[in-house]
Design a protein around this ligand. Structure first.
Ligand code: SF4
Ligand code: SF4
Length: 414
């Protein structure tokens, strides 16, 4: 793997980098961060809060990696720096620890959903106002972007598998399982409509993406072992996932283990089996005739387009479901969500969000985004404007197939 010394300072990454785009500062660019990392290592840069801030502003969006001719994994290098550089000093670490209480188990996720639902009541509103000074500054924006949560529980509780000989291990995720439970139900239904049989182990665990990006790989490694064991036991051919961030993390499981670990080869077999649901459905669902004249635009989540090379598959699925697409400019630029970046870096996160929303084409009824963080963040901005809504492409496809008489009536109103 290339390292920071391999940078040829060509600058091709600058225009791809969201933080360089909003600040125009070399130290907020991938090239600048590689210089800072090198100086940090050699103790040539001041190890002060300013330098730490320039490095920590990285969204880990991987846009620079996708264009770098030297294949430098800048996002991973910043992740490694986060885990080694006095991690206990980083506020994200405390937030991650708190989140870990909920994301670590199905029971924790049920509580996470209950608390999120409570936050949508008048009492929840009052409580959040009273507690504002103790909450991260980005918390009210996150709450504004939440989908309306029904009394139904997490998705895994009412998704049962199809018994033996299942081709697909369906990975329900954490935020998807708790907050976008309907999307998981729709994904499972579309996969079955496409002819797949599903295995949905109730004990599956978080992909570990947020922990890893914030410099806490231990939890990610622990949960990866559970997921690998469950996948091996299921004997499925694919691991299907409908969240870009989870998919990217699952496709990099082997890098959690040293090559001489017995887990390394098992993790490689696991990651080779991972497919995003849009990859599986784009070619396998029956094509529908154009049935909606309401334009849809696509936001490409960073961990779809940069980390997994998925972009056309989302459009192919929506075309197959009969939708008309209107492309937005800068569809691959980060929306500013980036895990918990919207909580830890609210100003830069909001600057990127406003830039993203300004590019939504006039008249677009929906902006399709296949990642819960992007959905939540973009909806927080869109709910203040009215009009366009942020929706998962799976929900849009599911609604189209149901409108065409395939399946049961749904909850997405077009
Ligand atoms: S594109 Fe790659 S090689 Fe070129 S400046 Fe950026 S990090 Fe360095
Ligand atoms: S990962 Fe994203 S934010 Fe970080 S340096 Fe690369 S392009 Fe910039």
């Amino acid at each position: 793997m290339a390292n920071l010394e391999d940078c040829v300072h060509c600058g091709l990454c600058l225009s791809a980098c969201p933080t360089y785009q909003v600040t125009g500062l070399e130290v907020e660019s991938p090239r600048g961060r590689l210089v800072l990392l090198s100086q940090w290592r050699e103790q040539a840069a001041a190890r002060d809060s300013e330098t730490r801030g320039w490095l920590d502003d990285c969204l880990d969006c991987r846009a620079c990696e996708a264009v770098c001719p030297a294949h430098i994994p800048t996002g991973h290098l910043v992740e490694a720096w986060r885990s080694q550089d006095a991690p206990e000093a980083r506020p994200a670490r405390a937030l991650i620890r708190l989140l870990g209480l909920f994301l670590g188990s199905p029971r924790g996720l049920s509580w996470f959903r209950r608390l999120a639902r409570m936050s949508q009541t008048r009492w929840g509103d009052w409580l959040i106002r009273r507690m504002a000074r103790w909450l991260p500054p980005g918390a009210p924006a996150v709450k504004a972007g939440l989908p309306t949560l029904s009394a139904a529980g997490v998705s895994r509780r009412d998704l049962s598998g199809d018994g033996t000989s299942a081709e697909i291990f369906f990975f329900v995720g954490c935020v998807m399982d708790a907050l976008y439970a309907d999307t998981n139900r729709h994904a499972a239904e579309l996969l079955r409509m496409a002819g797949y049989r599903l295995s949905i182990p109730q004990d599956q665990r978080c992909c570990g993406a947020v922990h890893r990006h914030s410099g806490s790989p231990e939890a990610a490694r622990h949960w990866a072992k559970t997921n690998i064991l469950l996948f091996e036991h299921s004997e499925a051919r694919y691991v299907a996932v409908d969240a870009a961030g989870c998919g990217a993390a699952l496709k990099e499981y082997a890098s959690l283990f040293p090559p001489d670990s017995p887990w390394y080869a098992r993790a490689q077999r696991f990651e080779d089996a991972v497919r995003d649901v849009v990859e599986l459905l784009a070619e396998s669902l029956p094509p529908l005739a154009p049935q909606s004249d309401r334009a849809i635009t696509v936001h490409d989540p960073c961990h779809h387009v940069h980390a997994q090379g998925i972009a056309q598959e989302t459009r192919a699925l929506l075309h197959r479901a009969g939708y008309t697409l209107a492309e937005m400019r800068e569809s691959t630029l980060c929306c500013g969500s980036a895990g918990i970046y919207n909580l830890t870096h609210p100003e830069k996160s909001q600057a990127l969000l406003q830039r993203k929303l300004a590019e939504i084409p006039d008249g677009a009824a929906f902006v399709a985004a296949a990642n819960p963080g992007c959905l939540l963040h973009m909806q927080s901005g869109l709910s203040a404007q009215g009009g366009t809504q942020a929706v998962h492409p799976i929900d849009l496809a599911w609604q189209a197939y149901h409108d065409a008489g395939l399946g049961t009536p749904g909850s997405v109103t077009l």
